[in-house]
Design a protein around this ligand. Structure first.
Ligand SMILES: C[S@@+](CC[C@H](N)C(=O)[O-])C[C@H]1O[C@@H](n2cnc3c(N)ncnc32)[C@H](O)[C@@H]1O
Length: 387
């Protein structure tokens, strides 16, 4: 079977390394994600262990689809009875784009019709659609004139680990935070500080890595609702989970500190760390990041500072532009305060997510890593410095 794990733009190197470390067969990079091959349990293993993957897709068919009829006929060639019965619900989602099939919703409808018709012909009954929580989520990917049909093994995307119920301003996705830790070469066994923790995503992901807690250990996956699960997968899956559970360390091997100036962020971080099962591993304190002094043996300082507001566009009124300049000066001063704090941490490494060039200017030193990432639509830089 062919699988494709997706990830957010710029993080595929981290995902490839993860999947290779899991010893999945035939791991290779692709556009927007990583391919691998194997059996269903290999796909399930990726769902259980990947910290950076967003989805794990099982590819069922790929064919040219110049128009709706070709899409319908191509989708009819799949033996859907291997994956669905009349009692399993389905939904079809379209990703990518096609020069001729420009309406994603309409293309999804054609695929849904094909699936339903195949099942009605073979079983004499049709499955229902459930767009909110389908048993079998089907993904139609359109690229150029080609259509690829896949099943989404995970269902709810993998960044939804289940522990982040409270967020503050501009939270990172869990998968992006995990990629930052991997791409920034943050050691899971060394001291870790996020002095601008917000809802705690970086510190909690670090604690999960440090304790070797598989991110999917306590969540449900769509494949567990597939008819083939009981017959082909369940005993393998139970074994994979038992192995993952046996690997969990009782506590993090080094201190992890999360700080924020704002009480609401501290509350959110506490609640999230508790739900993630790592509250004993993460010390959470209220304080000003700029006043931080070294607490432990050198490790990693990792943070996602506020990016500040965008400057006014050309049409902005003069007083708005003046206000924007004042804000920018304040932000530059704040970044200088952070850079001074980092200067006090000789021997540490600093991993910063920068959405504003003023931060790199304030650092006034050369990063050993400068990697482009995307936080949603925003281009940001992962910068790593040796202090
Ligand atoms: C972009 S958010 C971090 C989001 C976080 N990575 C998450 O995933 O939720 C930046 C955080 O910096 C905090 N902050 C701003 N100024 C601070 C200061 N001087 N000291 C400590 N925290 C500060 C804000 O309260 C905010 O939570």
């Amino acid at each position: 079977m062919k699988f494709f794990a997706t990830c957010s733009r710029g993080t595929d190197g981290a995902l490839r390394a993860e999947l290779a470390a899991l010893k999945l067969p035939a791991v290779r990079g692709g556009r927007g994600g990583v391919h691998f091959e194997g059996q269903l349990h290999h796909g399930a293993k990726a769902c259980l262990h990947t910290r950076t993957g967003m989805r794990v897709l099982l590819e069922l068919a790929s064919f040219p689809a110049a128009d709706a009829e070709a899409l319908y006929q191509g989708a009819r060639t799949v033996d859907w009875t291997s994956w669905l019965t009349e009692r399993t619900t389905l939904a079809v989602e379209t990703t990518g784009s096609s020069p001729t099939l420009t309406h994603g919703g309409f293309a999804a409808l054609k695929v849904k019709d094909a699936v339903v018709d195949v099942l009605r012909d073979k079983l004499g009954a049709r499955p229902d659609v459930d767009t909110r929580d389908p048993d079998v989520p089907i993904v139609l990917h359109l690229e150029g004139g080609q259509a690829t049909l896949s099943l989404d093994l995970a269902g709810a995307p993998l960044h939804r680990r289940g522990w982040r119920t409270t967020t503050t301003v501009a939270p990172l996705k869990e998968t992006l935070a995990a990629a930052v830790l991997l791409l920034g070469r943050v050691d899971p066994g060394a001291p870790f500080v996020d002095p601008l923790c917000g809802s705690g995503t970086l510190a909690i992901e670090q604690a999960l890595r440090a304790r070797r807690i598989a991110p999917g250990l306590d969540r449900a996956f769509a494949f567990q609702r597939w008819p083939c699960y009981r017959t082909e997968l369940q005993s393998r899956w139970d074994k994979l989970r038992a192995q993952a559970r046996a690997e969990v360390l009782p506590c993090a091997p080094a201190p992890i500190l999360a700080m924020d100036l704002h009480p609401k962020a501290i509350d959110a971080c506490r609640r999230n760390a508790h739900l993630a099962g790592v509250s004993a591993d993460v010390v959470i304190e209220q304080g000003d990041a700029r006043a931080l002094t070294p607490r432990f043996e050198p490790g990693a300082l990792c943070m996602n500072p506020p990016y500040g507001e965008r400057l006014m566009d050309e049409e902005g009124a003069e007083h708005d532009r003046a206000a924007a300049r004042t804000k920018e000066r304040k932000l530059a001063g704040f970044y200088r305060g952070l850079a001074e704090m980092l200067d006090r941490h000789e021997g540490w490494s600093a991993v910063l997510l920068s959405g504003n060039p003023l931060l790199q200017e304030a650092m006034d030193r050369k990063p050993e890593i400068d990697h482009r990432l995307w936080n949603g639509p925003l281009e940001i830089h992962l910068l790593r410095y040796r202090l």
